[in-house]
Design a protein. Sequence first.
Length: 199
Amino acid sequence: MKIIVIGATGAVGKTAVQALAPRHDIVTAGRSNGDLTVDLENFASIQAMFETVGKVDAVVSAIGHGHFGPVGEMTPEQAISGINAKAIAQINLVLAGIAHVNDGGSFTLTSGVLNRDPIRGGAAAAAANGAIDGFVRGAAVDMPRGIRINVVSPEVLEASRAKYDGFFRGHNHVSDHAVGEAFSKSVEGCLTGQVFIVA
């Protein structure tokens, strides 16, 4: 299969590439790294990426960042920043990409743990994750031409333990292999409308 992976150089994106590259033709894309550059917060940029890459069998998105901080100190701009950067960006990826995915192909988006197991300061990220999970479940029943859509929702990766030190007390940290297997299940399997939790 020809698979485009957006965010391929990030911690989560690397797991998808490692899992899928031995069996498939991978095209990588990102804001500053990859075979193609794309700004997922710019719909025209997403459209241009798909025009360049042509038809694909699968689209994998492993992107997203957002505001962390107490709700009592959060501004509306901070609250919406992560929803735009993680949820709306990935939703727009699907909207722009449907016409470029082959019949029976798939989309795999990425959310995360915080909407099901919150931490202090994580409300904005939880909102973005919940929006992605909800979109995938709802979109699955409407996707045309047998196209599937799922989301991988991992706990914090072991590789990111130092980066988030102190934020995720008591949370399990999951291996790259486990997260990669979830992407493999989504892309190479038969299910749709699923939230593949890696915990």
